[in-house]
Design a protein around this ligand. Structure first.
Ligand code: HPA
Length: 276
């Protein structure tokens, strides 16, 4: 079976089970999964129910799609994602994004937990992703191009939508939520970085580091979705943080940030909804 056939098969299965037509797809990062409780849920589907679908093995990742309305806008929420460090190929990790596109989602709102590199950043803050560095992980577009989705050599000069970024900035300002901005760099993980790697990433222009989002943004851009992303800075990156990094710290930071995260994402979705 080709990757495209697999995608079509997953898509047909989901379409048989689900009648929702999402406009916005939202990916919830580590510790941010509770946002799903903000959705007026119509339907949900565990990844494990979909034949040949990649299944998340990470603690703190539920592993299901939730379909419903948020602020009157039809949304599809990914409560948990799959990562390359779980052993998945980047093509597997982006299959759910492509599927949501095929269900009709035109906008992809990415969220994640990330380590802060930018000077002055504090754990618990948010960073609007204005660009990314994906050069340390293989491209999710490797292999036969899915012509039905996009071109072989897609442009990546404006991955994150300025229109959506403006909405997120405005929403943060209205709720007086401090919002940093910067470049997200993706590593393959699963180990956190060494201090020397963080110094290198900073020199290369990275403001935050994580193990997920850039490949998802690339796949979404390839198939013509409008993309935006917000990182929850769950910890200061290695060598900046005074203590060793743990997944517990990352999840706890997500819990603490949840009220502001909810305001920011809900508010942004409401504004996007008015412009659809
Ligand atoms: N590094 C990589 N990924 C992460 C981090 C980090 O410090 N924090 C949360 N995800």
């Amino acid at each position: 079976m080709t990757e495209y056939e697999r995608l079509m098969q997953c898509c047909e299965y989901v379409k048989e089970r689900i009648s929702s037509k999402p406009k916005i797809a939202l990916v919830l990062g580590s510790g941010l999964g509770q946002f799903a409780s903000q959705i007026e849920v119509q339907e949900s589907l565990s990844y494990s129910e979909i034949p040949n679908f990649p299944v998340s093995t990470v603690e703190g990742h539920e592993g299901r799609f939730v379909f419903g309305n948020c602020e009157g806008v039809p949304v599809a929420v990914m409560q948990g994602r799959v990562h390359m460090y779980e052993g998945y190929a980047p093509q597997d990790a982006v299959l759910p994004i492509r599927l949501l596109h095929m269900l009709g989602a035109e906008i992809l709102f990415l969220t994640n937990a990330a380590g802060g590199i930018q000077a002055g950043m504090q754990a618990g803050e948010f960073m609007l992703i204005t660009d990314h560095i994906s050069s340390f992980v293989p491209s999710p577009l490797r292999g036969a191009n899915m012509e039905a989705l996009g071109v072989r050599f897609p442009d990546m000069s404006k991955i994150y939508s300025e229109r959506l970024n403006q909405i997120i900035r405005q929403t943060a300002a209205e709720h007086t939520i401090p919002l940093k901005e910067g470049v997200y760099l993706q590593t393959a993980g699963p180990a956190y970085e060494s201090p020397a790697e963080i110094r290198m990433f900073r020199a290369l222009g990275a403001d935050a580091v994580g193990m997920s989002t850039a490949i998802e943004a690339i796949a979404a851009k390839h198939c013509g979705m409008e993309v935006c992303g917000v990182s929850c800075i769950s910890n200061l990156a290695a060598g900046i943080s005074p203590h060793p990094l743990t997944h517990e710290e990352v999840k706890e930071a997500g819990d603490k940030a949840a009220p502001q995260f909810t305001l920011l994402v809900r508010g942004a979705i409401a504004k996007i909804g008015k412009q659809i």
